[in-house]
Design a protein around this ligand. Structure first.
Ligand code: 5AD
Ligand code: SF4
Length: 488
């Protein structure tokens, strides 16, 4: 991992202009302040980060946590202890995500009433929306720091501004073409990690707010990605998840000519790395080259997340997805034919404006034809600023509810049938954790991401083992370990 020695940073003069040197300077400055406060209080300063939303946010939170650790904060669980610094990394993909944050803010206000020294910061996707920031700065004035998605690397600098006098520090960038490398990160798991390969999205699906809050697509240079993965592997990581809103368009803005499939081939060669996952794939950009690379790979997991969103060609057009029902089915079937043990998963939205019963039946038809291993189903949520928000014909809630239930029943039936298909086989499992309900068991995942529970102890965590899949329980297996395969 990035090993920054803040003791060697000279922070007596002016701050450097260049990044990441500027942030190292502010980290060193803040660390001094944190050290003084620690002495005054006679205990370490504590911090907690709460993450809402997707894997991208989870990864951002690891970076934020890495910075806070460098400053000398000790991470605590907000549920058990009132932290000195609380940071919420927010999501805004659906209205519900926003409501959750406002709910939590009400609770934080009370906490701060009892602990006036407490600092509260909000960052992430929700903060990229002007009306949200306006609402927070007028109605939630106890919030100390507000920043967005493009400048999370500036946490130390913003905190320094707050420490040195400013009441509320607000800094939101509209967009950026900057990717700041070489910042610390604190991993949640020792053996697996997300790795950003690109940021932002250029697709502008008509319901989606992501392109507005995450900005335009920017790919990281392959060498930076490979270097990060090599360092992770040297640090004990065996599984990585390559992250991007649309990984299939990786490389489009880079000088070096490289495709996502090409990047995967280079990642595959990293010795010691055992598993590669990635998300998310947009069907319109999924290449034959990628299917071939996946097929031949020993490390790319047998799992592909391929959001459908709707099975109706008419709705897909209005959604601006740039494929139709037949194209999606053809693609999914080709993948299943080429890689028969692949688990296909998807996202589906129910109740997009103007969705009729016929449109919905088309979605059900795709679900039956493709037979997804699992699917995330969402009720359409109107996001201000997106084209779909202005569309008439919003579908009544009771109609949506009925469709949602029918869709879920269909998906769950197929999913439990498919999960059982490997019963009786011996398969590789990466052990992830002790079982939360039964401490004689550990829990791991198959290459296709299905969970397996079996007898074992926590010394197995992070190791690849072979497990006999004794019995399918619908969405997971119970198994018996046959051998450990670390030497391989
Ligand atoms: N309403 C409901 N679901 C949405 N998603 C994105 N925007 C919306 C919205 N406005 C879903 C899509 C996407 C997933 C991450 O969230 O299915 O694939
Ligand atoms: Fe949103 Fe579409 Fe971009 Fe996915 S591809 S983040 S759904 S705009």
């Amino acid at each position: 991992m990035i090993d920054i020695n803040l003791d060697t940073i000279d922070c007596s003069g002016e701050p450097p202009v260049r990044e990441p040197e500027r942030q190292y300077y502010y980290m060193a400055k803040c660390r001094e302040i944190v050290r003084k406060k620690t002495e005054e209080l006679g205990r370490p300063l504590t911090a907690s980060i709460r993450t809402f939303g997707c894997q991208m946010n989870a990864k951002d939170s690891e970076k934020l946590c890495g910075i806070l650790k460098q400053l000398g904060y000790r991470e605590v669980d907000e549920h058990y202890e009132t932290p000195d610094f609380v940071l919420y990394n927010t999501c805004t993909v659906r209205e519900n995500a926003n409501l959750k944050v406002y709910g939590h803010l009400g609770y934080l206000k009370k906490q701060k009433g009892r602990h006036p020294e407490m600092l509260i910061a909000l960052c992430g996707c929700m903060m990229q929306e002007k009306d949200v920031v306006e609402k927070i700065t007028t109605s939630y004035r106890f919030v100390d720091i507000i920043f967005g998605t493009h400048n999370i690397f500036k946490l130390a600098e913003l905190l320094y501004d707050r420490f040195t006098g400013k009441t509320t520090v607000t800094e939101i960038w509209e967009d950026t073409d900057q990717i700041v490398e070489e910042l610390p990160a604190e991993r949640k798991y020792t053996f697996k990690s997300g790795v950003n390969i690109m940021f932002g999205c250029n697709n502008f699906c008509s319901y989606c707010i992501v392109p507005y809050v995450r900005g335009r697509e920017r790919s990281r240079k392959p060498e930076d990605i490979l270097q990060e993965i090599r360092a992770l592997v040297a640090d004990g990581v065996v599984e990585i998840m390559l992250l991007g809103q649309n990984v299939n368009s990786y490389g489009k803005n880079l000088e070096e000519e490289i495709t996502f499939a090409g990047l995967l081939q280079r990642v595959e060669q990293i010795e010691g790395l055992k598993r590669i996952r990635f998300m998310t794939s947009h069907p319109k950009d999924l290449s034959d080259e990628l299917i071939q690379v996946m097929k031949e790979s020993k490390k790319i997991c047998r799992q592909l997340h391929l959001p459908l969103q709707s099975g109706s060609s008419r709705i897909l057009k209005i959604m601006n997805r740039q494929y139709d029902k037949e194209q999606y089915i053809r693609l999914a079937k080709r993948i299943q034919q080429e890689i028969p043990d692949i688990a296909l998963t998807t996202d589906i939205i129910v109740g997009f404006p103007g969705e009729t019963e016929e449109d919905f039946l088309e979605t059900l038809d795709v679900v039956r034809q493709v037979r997804f291993d699992s699917a995330y189903t969402f009720i359409y949520s109107k996001r201000t600023g997106t084209p779909a928000a202005k569309m008439e014909d919003q579908v009544p809630q009771e109609v949506i509810k009925d469709r949602f239930d029918r869709l879920l029943a269909e998906i769950q039936g197929i999913s439990s049938e498919l999960t059982g298909r490997d019963t009786g086989k011996i398969m590789e499992v990466l052990v992830e954790e002790e079982n939360s309900q039964d401490e004689t068991l550990v829990t791991g995942r198959l290459s296709n991401n299905i969970v397996v529970h079996f007898k074992g102890d926590k010394s197995l965590i992070g190791r690849m083992v072979k497990v006999h899949l004794d019995e399918s329980k619908g969405f997971y297996y119970m198994g018996t370990m046959t051998e450990s395969m670390d030497a391989e």
